[in-house]
Design a protein around this ligand. Structure first.
Ligand code: C2O
Ligand code: CU
Ligand code: CU
Length: 493
């Protein structure tokens, strides 16, 4: 019965969409339209100031501005320390970091460190609001394996808009394992922030979000660059791909059919590189790949149609143009990560989450003062996500996980490493081995949610607390009403 219902709903969705004429024959594409004439923008590395105790201090200012995407047209955009997107933060495991996040917008926002293990009050979720004109100053110690993480606002109900307008950036963590890979930022270690957009005739960003999934664009920006190319100067290049789109998933590959090595998932390096020709990323997910080039070669990074609701479409993303002379790079090491894969104990606690059509998880919409789950800090648990609706994915704050299985089958090769966000295919059951951060705080909740931003905004999110093991039954599952007030304790006076 359960399986029957789960299969019927997607069928009905297909039928409704088919009738409405939004699915079906017409594939959204930009193929043939591009000239690859804009050099790929590389977000600047943000320089910290280092205090006497070694803490790295960074300043990020949210601001509005204008950006030329389509030639000759300037769009109104938001950015951090610039007009669109933000600088790349790069630190090493063990670093103490401190931020001043200044909000120069005229509305309140937040800044969430997606993929970071840290104290909940530093997480930048919907409870850590930064009012217009204010500064928020979180700080923590980087204590997790090397990974490509990212930052973006998390204002409840407004995340889609704030990210779409341009508030997002990359946050790279290095450790001794990650140094085995090409690491020269902007040369052989290249960030690729992929976002789909809708433009108006005047070249403004259109915020039209009338699909079930929110905004699905027909143009692609990479690092905020429209129609981009990249000159390749090394024989092996590491690309850090981040899907920072509101809803679209990509099925990445190269137009010349070449294979490449996948070296990392969202939350860390793989044990060993995996040779692939394609991999998918849904919103919020990251991957690192290493691509080999011969002098003079040209190829185009492409997203292949895979027919689903959020990953239909065919897009050229970035032309790569290898120079006639390339710097030789050392061959990839056999062993990459020395961190063992996430395993859960035999008697691990199992929690089940049901995602349904009405953007609910376990029949509930997110409520700011309600705690849905209480988890012992540092616990390892099995989380089982059931998708009874349309396309969704699932992200957990302050945790890393390994996908155990999808409908009882091993996950595809490209999603077997450490992750924090995963696609939950239509009608599927996905089981995760989750390792939670070891910071207890009975007062500040963390989130789990669908990372399709319209779904998240409309309440497809729950809250959990990480608490001192053994105190689970003692904590209140209702947050005080003056919640928003005492959340301000991270602020400057
Ligand atoms: Cu990318 Cu709850 O966030
Ligand atoms: Cu997150
Ligand atoms: Cu969703």
């Amino acid at each position: 019965m359960k399986t029957y219902t789960k299969l019927m709903i997607p069928l009905l969705v297909l039928l409704v969409f088919g009738l409405a004429g939004c699915g079906g024959d017409k594939i959204v594409t930009n193929v043939g339209k591009l000239h690859f004439e804009h050099p790929l923008k590389i977000p600047q590395l943000l320089k910290p100031t280092i205090s006497s105790d070694g803490t790295k201090h960074f300043q990020l200012t949210m601001q509005s501005g204008t950006t030329e995407f389509l030639p000759g047209k300037r769009a109104k955009t938001w950015g951090l320390n610039g007009s669109y997107l933000g600088p790349t933060i790069r630190v090493s495991r063990g670093d103490h970091v401190a931020f001043d996040v200044v909000n120069h917008l005229d509305v309140a926002s937040t800044l969430h460190w997606h993929g970071m293990k840290l104290p909940a009050v530093m997480d930048g979720g919907p409870h850590q609001m930064i009012e217009a004109g204010e500064t928020w100053s979180p700080h923590w110690t980087i204590d997790q394996p090397a990974a490509t993480t990212w930052y973006h606002p998390h204002v409840h109900g407004k995340t889609a808009q704030h990210v779409y307008r341009g508030l997002a950036g990359m946050f790279i963590i290095d450790d001794k394992d990650s140094k085995k890979l090409p690491s020269n930022y902007g040369v052989d270690d290249i960030p690729l922030i992929v976002q789909d957009k809708l433009f108006t005739k005047e070249g403004q960003l259109s915020e039209k979000d009338d699909t079930t999934y929110g905004t699905l664009g027909n143009e692609i920006l990479v690092n905020g660059t429209y129609d981009p190319f990249l000159k390749i100067t090394a024989s092996q290049v590491r690309f850090r791909l981040l899907n920072a789109s509101n809803a679209r998933a990509y099925n990445f590959g190269f137009t010349d059919g070449r294979s490449f090595k996948l070296v990392a998932n969202d939350a860390g390096l793989l044990q060993k590189p995996v040779t692939l020709k394609r991999f998918k990323l849904s919103p919020g997910e990251r991957a690192e790949i290493v691509v080999e080039f011969k002098p003079g070669e040209k190829t185009v990074l492409h997203s292949y149609n895979s027919g689903g609701e959020i990953d239909h479409g065919e897009f050229d993303l970035l032309k790569m143009d290898a120079a006639s002379k390339l710097t030789e790079s050392a061959p990839l090491a056999g062993q990459l990560s020395t961190v063992p894969p996430i395993e859960v104990p035999k008697n691990a606690k199992l929690r089940q989450f049901k995602m349904t059509m009405e953007s609910k998880i376990n029949d509930k919409k997110m409520v700011m003062d309600r705690i849905d789950e209480v988890v012992p800090a540092g616990a390892k648990e099995i989380w089982e996500i059931d998708n009874f609706g349309s396309s969704h994915n699932f992200h957990i704050h302050d945790a890393a996980f390994r996908v155990l299985d999808i409908n009882g089958q091993k996950p595809p090769e490209y999603e077997r490493g450490r992750k924090d966000t995963v696609l939950i295919p239509n009608g599927a059951t996905v089981r995760l081995a989750v390792e939670f951060a070891n910071y207890a705080d009975p007062n500040h909740p963390l989130m789990y949610h669908c990372h399709l931003l319209k779904h998240e905004d409309s309440g497809m999110m729950g809250q959990f607390l990480l608490v001192k093991p053994g105190t689970e039954s003692q904590v209140s599952k209702k947050l005080p009403k003056n919640d928003m007030e005492y959340e301000h304790n991270g602020h400057h006076e």
